[in-house]
Design a binder for this molecule. Structure first.
Ligand code: CP3
Length: 348
């Protein structure tokens, strides 16, 4: 028997529609908080394969999801390119020297030299591969990367942003430099994902969390085309490894029929009507999503949404998920309820 999650990514029939949650290994789980405390802080946890593997597995046992997602962060990539990264309590990620000029970019480590520094990620995957195979329950392991654009927003702004004004100033006044940054990141990401696959992941997910910061007519040029390039590279070497593309906030882009490329699954964010995504993309891609994560605060609101999505998708070419990450104050029992409801309504 194949892994139900991998089969679903390939559009094959499965006994029920598999489910996982973005950010499923995280702060809503007391067991995660305990391991993070043991590690000292979040980055130490990412750097410790034994503990990172432990928190990756937690949601399989506690919440009952059908796939594990590697515990790490998208920002370890710019960190290993030479940008000093810190996670400040209450403020999120901060880079001390953002990229502003060509010489800042030239100082960054690129290509194989950067990708081969991420050994702790590959070691975590190898450990997880052994542990998951030993369980024998056919749960899949998802590896991931940030999209070059989403990574570049942090590299240029130096931190999270509401306005993206520094990177958008570069987009309109010095697009050549922005493209050079995106190209350098793309080259590292290609090799990084290749090494994740070689280390044992089953499926790749690309997060373009800040896709919606770009106006639709510029989105292909500054983000989508780079992800198509990454997918083409991976597919030419690993045609059997499914790729999930999750761009958040691009319903205008979907509606205009601008989505193309060598992906297997399209992650639908919670602001995009599933029926529209199905009409526009359902034949080309398996669809993943898309419950609004805040519905998790209420069990009845969760069930109503799961049933609504099931009615639209009919258990075909679909993977249940949230339309973005689970929030830290969601009760664990509500997450368990979501997962079991997805499995219940879709059982054949
Ligand atoms: O369970 C999983 O999904 C696997 C692990 C994972 C993390 N980050 C752990 C994490 C994954 C897949 C990510 C991806 C990630 N990281 C994204 C894309 C996904 C998305 O949510 O859109 C982005 C934009 C980041 C960057 C990042 N990391 C931010 C902005 C923050 C701070 C904000 C926040 O939620 O606290 C992080 C920290 C982070 N990454 C935490 C976790 C569990 C919280 C850190 C902690 O434990 O204190």
């Amino acid at each position: 028997m194949g892994k139900i999650f991998v089969d679903a990514c390939k559009g094959l029939e499965t006994p029920y529609t598999p489910v996982w949650m973005m950010r499923q290994a995280g702060r809503y789980l007391p067991q995660y908080m305990a391991v993070r405390k043991e590690a000292g802080n979040f980055l130490n946890l990412c750097h410790n394969p034994k503990l990172a593997a432990e928190v990756t597995i937690q949601p399989l046992d506690i919440v009952g999801v059908d796939a594990a997602i590697l515990f790490s962060d998208i920002l370890v990539v710019p960190n290993e390119m030479g940008m000093k990264l810190e996670f400040l309590a209450g403020e999120g990620p901060v880079f001390d020297k953002p990229i502003a000029t060509q010489s800042d970019l030239d100082n960054l480590i690129g290509g194989e030299d950067a990708a081969s520094k991420l050994t702790y990620v590959y070691d975590t995957i190898k450990l997880l591969r052994e542990q998951l195979d030993a369980r024998g329950d056919n749960k899949a392991l998802i590896g991931f990367t940030g999209a070059p654009w989403t990574l570049a927003t942090y590299m240029i702004e130096g931190q999270g942003t509401k306005t993206y004004n520094i990177c958008k100033k570069m987009m309109y006044s010095n697009p050549e430099l922005l493209h050079k940054i995106l190209k350098k990141v793309t080259e590292v990401v290609k090799l990084y994902m290749e090494k994740q696959i070689e280390s044992g992941i089953d499926v790749v997910q690309i997060f373009d969390s800040w896709a919606a910061a770009i106006e639709p007519s510029k989105y292909n040029e500054f983000s989508w085309s780079y992800m198509v390039e990454i997918a083409d590279y991976l597919k030419s070497k690993y045609p059997e490894t499914p790729i999930i593309m999750f761009p958040k906030g691009v319903s205008a882009f979907i509606e205009r029929g601008l989505v193309y490329g060598n992906f297997d699954v399209f992650g639908v964010d919670w602001g995009t009507p599933m029926a529209m995504a199905k009409e526009k993309l359902g034949e080309k891609y398996v669809l993943q999503g898309n419950m609004e994560p805040c519905r998790l605060y209420d069990k009845a609101a969760t069930t109503a949404c799961v049933e609504g999505i099931q009615n639209i998708m009919g258990g075909k070419r679909h993977i249940f998920n949230l339309g973005h990450g689970i929030l830290p104050d969601v009760p664990v029992e509500n997450a368990i309820h979501f997962v079991s409801e997805c499995q219940r309504v879709s059982k054949k």
